[in-house]
Design a protein around this ligand. Structure first.
Ligand code: MIC
Ligand code: SF4
Length: 645
């Protein structure tokens, strides 16, 4: 039987394991990317690995998340990343050059390559046919140090796209539609592979929008074939030599199939507070809005912003609305200025922000109390925008632009058909904000005073007894665990400082309870840790003494981050047992090391009720070792010592 595209790329990169879903594999990593908010930890960990140069073919360090520089902290982080990049042979994309995923798509991503990124939206490069996976920082550091990545072989779900989108429906509406069908946990353990006649009508940036939000499905990644559209895109980027044609084999097998008729897609919106809470825009028409934000790694390509400019040209932003636009890259912004679209945006009253993540990660532009914000972004978790009482809807640039004029959610179906005429792409390349390793050589890594060492766990003891310091429900996001935004992002390299804010929106007493009880356990519902790849959501609980999270299920990247930190990710064998544990109950796991070594069943006792609770540790043999050693850093050291002994 033929192989699907995912299997073909994995086979090509396979170091150990087989293509059987659910089994542990190790693959060769061609390239990595980091961004500043996860990057400082990644590079502190890379330094701890004591290598000379990275082993990948290409590694790029971006600065795009935190650029406000409200104090020295942030600028110090940037300088640290620049110097560490110079030391280890990593490209450095300077602040202002754009959002990592947009710039990577334009300048670096290659069909058939593997890419590991310390950001959950790394799969954006699946739009160009890369196998691009988001991971925790430590896994990315390991990939740079060894050129390898260990993961579970995913299932492959085939999304067959039929027909052609009918304006005003867009790629964003396609992925919102899929999210509505499959939900935020529908993709865990899976790769979404897009095929079908409809694919050939989608440009690479449109494919990238769809692949980008596969992260919201919880997927390992999403991938499109590499075809004439890919070649067209690479030619515009002056990179036709990077083109290879890539399709699944004839008769390739898939674990699941979902067919989507593109001609039936209508404008969609994800309603507060989850990307899968999706409704057609027509059902929301008339909802008053106070803010519109266009940009992010999902929707800030040249075409996205030209469409917004066409709709806004000669119009005025509604008096009750603040319209902000953050272009995806310097390339996009320059092209907007060359074509005149930038003038149309400025003239209508849009506030033009610098090229970066900006409001998407709460770096400014928090809406007012109870504000209603329409965003072309990918996440609308409660409070992520910086205002807890605000309501955020996720939409296409077309829906966002027309709604900004009327001050209420407006279906773009009423726009004149001429608006949707083909957008002429401009070929413009200028890499002067990317420092190549040879132009940035240094042996001196500069670390400002805000950069503190990362916490390291202890090897497991024979028995583990702790109180439950927090009990939460389903779909807890990493934004709940370790909030971000303008106030906290400057401290991404300072775990002790961040620890005061862990779970601050859920239970402000959490840090205090951890301190008073000598750490503890967290109990949670389904899909614990969904959302971002931020390792801080594991490192900060580690710092506070959290030993285990007992949940109904986990999101992929967060589970890996817990394991790398030496925190046990335990699953209830019987989900109803969730009800048998209360906050401050004392849970005892006797002979834990023996239990881990002898299988995947773990018996625990709730000492308050005397009841036994059956748990499961769903991890690979390698991950068991990491947990027994108390996290990846200890595990790595132990192996190094064994080798040298
Ligand atoms: C996000 O969109 O949540 C982020 C900010 O890009 C994160 C990374 C981070 O927390 O630094 C992500 O998606 O991985
Ligand atoms: Fe940046 Fe937002 Fe994309 Fe995360 S989702 S990488 S914050 S633009």
């Amino acid at each position: 039987m033929g192989l699907n595209l995912t299997q073909k790329i994995i086979k090509e990169h396979l170091i150990s394991g087989s293509l059987e879903a659910g089994k542990q594999i190790e693959i060769r990593v061609d390239s990595t990317l980091t961004q500043d908010s996860t990057g400082t930890m990644v590079y502190l960990q890379l330094e701890a690995m004591e290598i000379e140069k990275v082993k990948t073919k290409l590694s790029v360090a971006y600065v795009d998340h935190n650029m406000l520089q409200t104090g020295f902290e942030n600028a110090d982080d940037h300088l640290y990343i620049k110097t560490v990049a110079g030391k280890y042979g990593i490209h450095f994309s300077r602040p202002g050059n754009g959002i990592c995923h947009q710039v990577h798509l334009e300048r670096f991503a290659k069909p058939g390559w593997t890419l590991l990124g310390s950001d959950s939206h790394t799969p954006t490069a699946g739009g160009i046919g890369s196998l691009a996976i988001g991971a925790g920082g430590l896994d990315v550091a390991v990939a740079m140090a060894n050129g390898t990545y260990s993961m579970t072989m995913p299932k492959v779900c085939n999304i067959v796209l039929q027909g052609k989108l009918r304006p005003p429906a867009t790629a964003k509406d396609v992925i919102l539609y899929i999210l509505g069908k499959l939900t935020v946990k529908g993709g865990v353990g899976k790769v979404f592979e897009y095929t079908g006649d409809g694919v050939k009508h989608l440009s690479v940036p449109e494919r990238a929008t769809i692949a980008n939000m596969g992260a919201e499905l919880g997927a390992t990644t999403s991938i499109f074939p590499s075809d004439e559209k890919t070649l067209e895109f690479l030619k515009l980027q002056g990179r036709e030599e990077d083109f290879v044609e890539l399709y699944p084999d004839e008769g390739a097998a898939y674990d699941e199939v979902l067919t989507v008729d593109l001609s039936k897609i209508v404008p969609m919106a994800a309603c507060p507070h989850s990307p899968d809470n999706v409704k057609p825009v027509s059902e929301l028409e008339g909802t008053r809005i106070t803010q519109v934000a266009i940009g992010s790694c999902t929707n800030s390509s040249y075409k996205d912003l030209v469409m917004a400019a066409r709709i806004l040209k000669g119009k005025k932003v509604h008096p009750d609305v603040s319209l902000v636009i953050s272009p995806g890259s310097k390339q996009v912004l320059t092209k907007l200025s060359m074509s005149g679209a930038l003038k149309d945006l400025i003239e209508c009253g849009a506030r033009i922000l610098e090229c970066g993540c900006g409001p998407c990660i709460g770096m400014g532009q928090a809406p007012e109390t109870d504000g209603v914000s329409l965003r072309t972004f990918n996440r609308n978790f409660e409070g992520r925008c910086g205002t807890k009482s605000a309501k955020v809807y996720l939409v296409s640039p077309e829906t966002a632009a027309i709604s900004a004029i009327y001050g209420k959610i407006t279906d773009p179906s009423q726009l004149e058909p001429e608006i949707f005429a083909e957008v002429d792409e401009i070929s413009y390349i200028n890499d002067n904000m990317i420092l190549k390793p040879e132009d940035n050589k240094t042996e001196r890594v500069i670390k400002g005073p805000n950069i503190k060492p990362f916490p390291v766990n202890m090897p497991l003891k024979d028995s583990l007894t702790r109180k439950v310091v927090l009990k939460v429900g389903d779909n807890i996001t990493t934004d709940h665990i370790m909030p971000s935004g303008a106030k906290l992002l400057p401290y991404r390299s300072n775990i002790p400082y961040l620890s005061e804010y862990c779970f601050s929106g859920v239970d402000p007493d959490f840090p205090k309870n951890c301190r008073e009880n000598g750490g503890g356990f967290i109990v949670a519902g389904e899909n614990y840790g969904q959302g971002s790849s931020r390792e801080h959501a594991a490192l900060v609980p580690l710092y506070l003494g959290i030993k285990a999270v007992i949940a109904k299920s986990f999101a992929r990247i967060h589970k890996a981050n817990l394991i790398n930190s030496g925190i046990l990710p335990l699953v209830f064998a019987n989900p109803e047992d969730f009800l048998k544990i209360n906050v401050l109950d004392e849970i005892q796991i006797k002979d834990i090391k023996e239990q881990i070594k002898s299988g995947n069943k773990i018996s625990a006792i709730n000492k308050n009720s005397g009841e036994g609770i059956q748990l499961i540790l769903e991890v690979t043999e390698r991950e068991k070792d990491i947990l027994l050693w108390g996290g990846y850093i200890n595990y790595m050291k132990s192996r190094r010592e064994n080798y040298s002994a």
